[in-house]
Design a protein around this ligand. Structure first.
Ligand code: HSE
Length: 298
């Protein structure tokens, strides 16, 4: 029996929602698991990840222990569209898939809260794994070691346009540049804005998004690691973005535009080309399904 799991990309740190707000996007990675008697075999990802340290395998192994799955070996095949180390939740797709894959062999995929807890403990924060698991825009917190989340009903009318640099920025490196403490002033700045983000998205008050997306916790520090950050953001607003923010730990800059906006993508692509920035641009929507098992696979 094979288990095939499809997991959406995610955009965490949604505006002012550092470590707490993220959403799932219509860009996916797919993972196939097959138990074997022949050790670990991994296909479909760069050679340096085809070993015991593979994140999907690590998550699968940990989940197998938790759900009581016994196995001698496993074949894992990965494919997909989510770029590595770009701030679009590729590691969450690996973690969620590994856990869902193991749980599926024990018929336990409905135990979603347990899957979320496990995924959060591996990732270290819930803002990517929660939307990867449940789909939609998700606010998630940790309270005494337990994760709680709720899904925000985002009104129709917007799309998400990630502008993805051609260089990587690891979360570890991007977390290392953050201050250890924040001031009350910065705390209030973000608390107000993240609350506004939730109301603006659920009420469809999209003119408020440019204020709600401002952040005092991480963007200023991390932007210095991203060549072209300020000029791309400025141009994105000039050519029609409703809001922009650093997606996850970066380096991707996310633009939110009206769903009806037709020329934002081509305009920003033209600008990137003029500036010799070899970035990729996609137009995406919010994925509302989250991780799922592709049925009918044998
Ligand atoms: N909230 C996380 C961070 C997202 O900013 O470090 C990246 O994994």
């Amino acid at each position: 029996m094979k288990v095939k799991v499809k997991v959406p990309a995610t955009s965490a740190n949604l505006g002012s929602g550092f470590d707490v707000a993220g959403l799932a996007l219509t860009l996916y990675n797919t993972f196939t698991f097959e138990l074997s008697e022949d050790g670990l075999n991994i296909k479909g990802c760069p050679e340096q990840f085809c070993n015991e340290n593979n994140l999907t395998y690590q998550a699968f192994k940990r989940a197998a222990e938790v759900c009581g799955l016994e196995y001698q070996g496993v074949n894992i095949e990965c494919s997909g569209e989510v770029p590595y180390t770009r701030g679009l939740g590729s590691s969450s797709t690996c973690i969620v898939a590994g856990i869902v894959g193991a749980f599926a062999f024990k018929d336990k995929v409905e135990e979603r809260q347990e899957i979320l807890e496990l995924a959060t403990s591996i990732e270290g924060h819930p803002d990517n794994v929660a939307p990867a698991m449940f789909g939609g825009m998700v606010v998630s917190i940790m309270d005494e070691g337990v994760s709680y989340h709720d899904i925000v009903n985002v009104k129709e009318g917007i799309k998400f346009v990630p502008m993805i640099p051609d260089f990587k920025l690891s979360t570890k490196e991007a977390r290392a540049v953050l201050p250890k403490e924040i001031s009350i002033k910065d705390g209030v700045y973000n608390v107000g804005r993240v609350a506004l983000m939730v109301t603006a998205l659920s009420n469809g008050k999209y003119d408020l998004l440019k204020f709600a997306c401002k952040d005092a916790f991480h963007e200023n520090y991390r932007s210095k690691l991203i060549k072209g950050f300020e000029e791309v953001k400025k141009e994105a607003y000039r050519v029609g973005a409703l809001a922009t923010y650093l997606s996850g730990a970066g380096p991707t800059i996310m633009a939110i535009t009206s769903e009806k906006e037709e020329i934002f993508k081509s305009n920003i692509e033209k600008f990137l080309k003029e500036k010799s920035l070899n970035w990729a641009v996609h137009e995406l929507s919010i994925d509302t399904q989250g991780a799922f098992i592709i049925e009918g696979e044998e």
